[in-house]
Design a protein. Structure first.
Length: 132
């Protein structure tokens, strides 16, 4: 998915990759990894749960900067955090988080606090859900 591509791109930059050569090296290594895919398929899904919990803890560290006293700020975060594991999709969590943020701000009378880009993205996401 696009979300995964973005996360992998950010990971490459964070690891020190500065040029397109980083992507080429990663691509070659992925091709080599195909040789080991049958071996990786033998590893049960629950064996990776420790790594997933570690990543989740790292992601949760950003929650300390949220103003939890302001429900118009905290509620969309809760929606996002609940939807991600329930749908097994980071993209769905972010999508519903955008929609929840815009809707909650609108219905609480704080619609002017929402940037135009959030309104546009929320509208696109709503159309996506309505279109099926």
């Amino acid at each position: 998915s696009n979300t995964t591509s973005y996360i992998e791109s950010v990971s490459g930059v964070a690891a020190g990759g500065r040029t397109g050569l980083t992507a080429v090296v990663v691509g070659v290594l992925f091709l080599l990894a195909l040789l080991f895919s049958p071996l990786a398929g033998m590893i049960p899904a629950y064996a990776t749960s420790g790594a997933l919990f570690y990543v989740a803890i790292l992601m949760l560290s950003g929650l300390v900067s949220i103003d939890w006293r302001d429900l118009t700020e905290a509620s969309p975060v809760v929606v996002t955090c609940l939807v991600m594991p329930l749908t097994f999709s980071i993209a769905e969590g972010i999508t519903l988080g955008f929609i929840a943020y815009a809707a909650i701000k609108l219905f609480s009378g704080k619609g002017r606090d929402v940037s135009m880009s959030v309104w546009v993205m929320s509208a696109i996401f709503i159309v996506k859900y309505l279109a099926g």
